[in-house]
Design a protein around this ligand. Structure first.
Ligand SMILES: [Zn+2]
Length: 377
């Protein structure tokens, strides 16, 4: 290191900061999320050359650099000298010594656990601290803690979605375990919501699990999904899907649809907040007649298939929460595991749809007669 870069103690830095020097914390965004010296500005070292001009317009502005232990800040100070800043010093011992010396610290957006846990999100500019805070405040309702709900819930919990409401009234059965990876052999016979809560809190103890051991019906559908940001349809039967569709339209909640059958699956997003969005009934206007319904109880499914589809649902839910990317609204993504192909179909809104069409009338929630046994997705 060139000898001309001055190294000072945190206490000296604080004094100079009070005298008008600008203290720059050159650690990465995720490191600073756990806290920074009070009054410091955060500019990651790699972004320093591009970002400093905005903060320090004059080259005679005194600058101080700090990192975790004092190595990176020294290099950053050299960079600043090369950029023409005349008065630059690096804080030896870094933020670690700053803290151990008891100097004032501004709380970061996250505590150390969250900064560490979500560090790979915090590194993505599209998520970052602001996005992670959005995820933390978000509430997602998962209808079904089965094949689709398992992967979706695991990854949403891992991502730090603050509240997950799990709606399911089934118990864990051995035949579920081929695909419902939220559960465990030792928990056969336990309520699925309870078993799911064990796995999810084990993965991420920071999030809140609201376990609703209820069957979704006309009388409770609104109260179960109201107040959420996104609803994930992991239902295993048509009556639930039609109820969810109606309630999502009434409450204007985005619904992330997923379904699987044998070796194929499909995903879409129905978002009643968007005037162009189709709804579930644009795709399936009326429930199938009993004689046309598949014999669901006996329908097989490749175990990994709900894993793939459920994760696509989780990905869409996170995009909706963060308001990034292009949601799967107006598109139906079909996956064929045997062919290993994804096919995207256009799914426009149907003006004559019995659910969202201009002539559609909402006449209350209707419990459709159960037309087949649960598919046990
Ligand atoms: Zn519709």
């Amino acid at each position: 290191m060139p000898a001309e870069v001055e190294q000072i103690s945190p206490a000296q830095a604080l004094e100079r900061q009070r005298g008008g020097a600008l203290l720059i914390d050159v650690r990465e965004d995720d490191e600073r999320a756990g806290g920074m010296p009070e009054g410091a500005v955060g500019i990651a070292r790699a972004a320093l050359a591009a970002g400093i001009a905005e903060r320090a317009r004059r080259h005679d502005q005194p600058l101080l650099t700090i990192c975790a232990t004092g190595h990176r800040s020294l290099q950053a100070a050299v960079t600043l000298r090369q950029l023409g800043y005349a008065h630059v010093a690096s804080v030896s011992g870094g933020f670690r010594r700053w803290q151990s010396d008891g100097l004032p610290v501004a709380a970061g957006a996250f505590d150390a656990d969250a900064a560490d846990r979500y560090s790979r999100h915090l590194l993505l500019p599209e998520v970052g601290a602001a996005g992670q805070i959005k995820l933390g405040k978000a509430r997602v309702a998962l209808i079904g803690a089965g094949g689709l709900g398992s992967p979706a819930a695991l990854y949403l919990a891992a991502a730090g979605v603050g509240t997950l409401t799990l709606v399911d009234d089934d118990k864990v059965e051995k035949s579920n375990l081929q695909r419902q990876v939220l559960h465990a052999d030792a928990r056969i016979g336990m309520l699925k919501t309870e078993s799911a809560a064990i796995s999810l809190s084990g993965l991420n103890p920071r999030i809140r699990i609201d376990a609703r051991n209820e069957r979704l019906q006309s009388g409770n559908v609104e109260s179960l999904i109201r107040g959420h940001d996104v609803v994930i349809d992991g239902a295993d039967n048509f009556p639930t899907r039609y109820l969810l569709d109606a309630a999502s339209r009434q409450l204007k909640l985005p619904l992330v649809y997923g379904a699987v059958h044998r070796f194929t699956g499909q995903v879409s997003v129905f978002d009643p907040r968007s005037p162009d969005s189709p709804c579930y009934r644009c795709l399936f206007p009326e429930p199938p007649a009993a004689e046309d319904a598949p014999n669901c109880a006996q329908a097989g499914v490749l175990g990994v298939l709900p894993g793939i589809i459920g994760l696509l649902q989780a990905s869409e839910a996170i995009k909706l929460i963060l308001d990034i990317g292009k949601p799967m609204v107006g598109r139906l993504l079909c996956f064929d595991a045997l062919a290993a192909t994804f096919r995207e179909l256009r799914l426009p809104r149907d003006p004559h749809c019995p659910g969202c069409g201009s002539a559609a009338v909402f006449a209350g929630y209707e419990d459709i007669q159960r037309i087949c046994a649960p598919e046990r997705l």
